[in-house]
Design a protein around this ligand. Structure first.
Ligand code: TYD
Ligand code: MG
Length: 457
């Protein structure tokens, strides 16, 4: 019988099988198997069969030194915040995002800063020519340091380059363009991406080099290639935001060296990316005053409170069935809130279209925005503007009760800092409210209390 030359891989979890299957036995996802040629090379042997003796031995947790876990500032406070305090030497970081969002730009800017501060940087691009990178670099101003560049796609050559240049920081742009010669499938395929990442992981750990991998994102919003890629690296960052809008959000979805809920905000300008240190002010820029259907809320992005504007348009339905549209919030959540308004506040929206939008292109999944969404809809329905200096947050339950949320004092403080004088919040959140913040708080218990406040400005 002829020797089998292809195997099947699960795109989600990397499960390997000799035949195609509809459902992956490993992760239970459907239709995730792709066919790929068999790898010719053998994986490196284990420690035991290479030397006869095991090299590693167990140590006590207390004896593990943490002193070498220092961090290098990247020159961008927002990036440091997302990484959990700075770049960890020897870590492997995956940066994902839509094309044109600014992945190459941010890494070039970090490279510029690092070389100017005594770190050796190797920037390998498999996508752009050196001239193209030079043109981009020219927009960023004078480069004080020496960034070593290479336009290369063969991992074997890249390995040699790393050995010769001995960088402390290395960028691979992007992992989908890199290939190993002894793996016969095309660059970007499951086995190539997996193999290359594996080798780069070993390089990073053995030589204490920080490696940033750029990853392409598929239509579904995941890094293209196997899901295992995300499991292999230390940190996964996603760059998101509307390409046509100027701001960009950098989010950590996995971080072995820090919290994952931190968000960094950047603005794309003529000379590359700049940090947005006060996102609240930025998000509320251009808010219409004295208009109905708009209210302000405060969400927590990681440990940082951020103010957002929520807009609602309530218009009479032209044809029988009312339309509901949600941009930036969950569609089902909007339907639920509309049902609560109808039942608990006694406002019938059956003949009205309702459109809700979070301005600035933000997406929020926190239930604390419920109250502001409801206030915007009701303000739109009655055509009564909410108070200019009002802000509201709180989760709404199915009986119309306003439920407590986390970090209420922090949110109130941020609102006060930006000049808001009336904070509508859940009554239970008042329990731990510091004295100096109590004056501007208006606690509410039910959705009806909140509606009453709209007419009393
Ligand atoms: P880029 O970093 O090439 O994106 P990615 O690597 O994620 O695909 O982003 C480039 C986009 O940003 C491109 O559309 C041009 C724009 N840009 C600016 O607006 N200003 C600048 O200074 C730079 C360098 C790029
Ligand atoms: Mg790029």
């Amino acid at each position: 019988m002829a020797k089998k030359t292809t195997v099947f891989f699960c795109k989600e979890c990397g499960y390997e099988s000799s035949k195609w299957m509809g459902q992956c036995p490993g992760c239970k996802s459907w239709n995730s198997f792709v066919e790929e040629p068999v790898k010719i090379s053998k994986p490196a042997g284990t420690a035991r069969d290479s030397g006869g003796l095991r090299r590693s031995a167990a140590t006590s947790l207390k004896e593990v030194s943490v002193a070498d876990h220092y961090r290098i500032p990247s020159g961008m406070g927002e990036l440091d915040r997302v990484l959990g305090g700075g770049i960890v030497p020897g870590s492997l970081v995956l940066l994902g995002g839509d094309p044109g969002i600014g992945k190459s730009t941010i890494l070039l800017q970090v490279s510029k800063y690092l070389t100017e501060h005594g770190t050796k940087v190797l920037y390998v691009s498999g996508e752009e020519s050196l001239q193209q990178i030079r043109l981009r670099a020219d927009r960023m101003g004078e480069f004080g340091g020496d960034v070593r560049m290479a336009s290369e796609t063969s991992l074997d050559v890249i390995e040699e380059l790393i050995a010769a240049e001995k960088p402390d920081f290395c960028v691979i742009d992007s992992i989908q363009t890199i290939y190993r010669e002894d793996v016969s499938s095309a660059p970007g395929s499951v086995s190539q991406v997996r193999e290359c990442t594996n080798i780069l992981m070993q390089t990073a750990k053995q030589n204490n080099i920080t490696i940033f991998l750029v990853g392409h994102v598929t239509k579904e919003g995941m890094v293209a290639g196997p899901r295992v890629l995300e499991h292999m690296v230390d940190t996964v960052l996603y760059f998101e935001g509307d390409r046509s809008a100027v701001y960009r959000l950098l989010r950590a979805v996995k971080n072995r060296f820090g919290a994952t809920n931190e968000v960094g905000v950047f603005e794309m300008g003529e000379n590359g990316l700049t940090e947005v240190e006060n996102p609240s002010e930025y998000m509320l820029n251009g808010r219409p005053l004295g208009m109905s259907g708009s209210s302000v809320t405060c969400v927590m992005e990681g440990t940082r409170p951020m103010l957002l504007e929520i807009q609602a348009l309530v218009a009479r339905t032209a044809f029988g069935l009312p339309r509901r549209t949600a941009v930036g919030i969950d569609f089902n959540r909007l339907n639920l809130l509309i049902a609560v308004i109808e039942k608990r506040a006694g406002i019938s929206l059956g003949e009205y279209d309702v459109y809700v939008n979070i301005t600035g292109g933000m997406r929020v999944s926190e239930p604390s925005i419920d109250l502001a969404v409801v206030l915007s809809i009701i303000s739109g329905y009655y055509d009564v503007p909410a108070g200019e200096h009002d802000i509201a947050f709180g989760e709404i339950g199915l009986t119309g009760e306003i439920r407590g949320i986390s970090n209420a004092p922090m949110r109130v403080r941020e609102a006060v800092k930006l000049g808001y004088t009336r904070v509508i919040l859940p009554e239970v959140s008042m329990q731990r409210m510091p004295k100096e913040l109590r004056d501007c708080c208006v606690p509410v218990r039910t959705i009806r209390d909140a509606v009453r406040l709209l007419s009393k400005k």
